[in-house]
Write a protein that binds this ligand. Structure first.
Ligand SMILES: [Zn+2]
Length: 201
């Protein structure tokens, strides 16, 4: 399936299940479900996210090295100061681990680790370290929807990674007619759900 189809399907699922009642929670639902719906494809070798992660990782490593150097020469005890902001420290740690795992995922072969039950649970568990149940649920649903949609693809996925067995229902191509129908249908239904949510709140 194409990126836009994964996003549309995940948004439809998340909005229907979570039913956000405020604008911030609506934006968070759409943001997290979009992230969960496209993250599994970081393993695409031609993907722009692959290049983005390379840059992100370089920046992250540079910041860490600079922090260690500044900490050493100016003796400002960065670790203690960060830990005093307990909540922020947890979020930073959680996001850093998530980015690192995404980077490692981008180095695995296409439709393997990030498209497996193992990957789904690892990424969700990392987020559960510092984010609330709603956010983890939205992420879990969206990542899972990506995996399920890709099973219908001709090439299939290694759902039980590290086992190499490829599961595929061989029903559609990633940019074929079913993909287009699914995108249009889920987009229309998402708009309907959004209208219902606006009326009810
Ligand atoms: Zn995929």
């Amino acid at each position: 399936m194409e990126k836009k189809t994964h996003i549309a399907c995940a948004n439809l699922l998340s909005l229907s299940l979570i039913r956000p009642t405020t604008i911030p929670s609506l934006l968070i639902t759409i943001g997290v479900s979009s992230l969960g719906s496209i993250l599994p494809d970081v393993d695409k070798k031609d993907s722009t996210s692959d290049k983005l992660f390379d840059r992100l990782m370089t920046s992250l490593i540079t910041i860490i090295i600079m922090g260690i150097i500044i900490n050493h020469f100016f003796n400002i005890n960065i670790y203690k100061q960060i830990k005093e902001y307990n909540n922020i420290y947890n979020h930073i740690l959680c996001i850093s681990i998530f980015i690192t795992m995404s980077y490692l995922g981008s180095k695995t072969s296409h439709r393997s680790f990030t498209h497996s039950i193992l990957g789904l649970f690892i990424y969700s568990a990392i987020l559960s370290y510092s984010f609330n149940k709603n956010i983890v649920t939205i992420y879990f649903i969206s990542h899972l929807s990506h995996i399920i949609l890709d099973i219908f693809n001709m090439k299939g996925i290694t759902l039980f990674y590290p086992f190499k067995y490829r599961l595929s229902f061989k029903l559609c191509e990633s940019n074929g007619t079913i993909n287009k129908i699914l995108f249009i249908l889920s987009s229309i239904l998402t708009i309907i759900v959004l209208i219902i949510l606006c009326i009810n709140n």
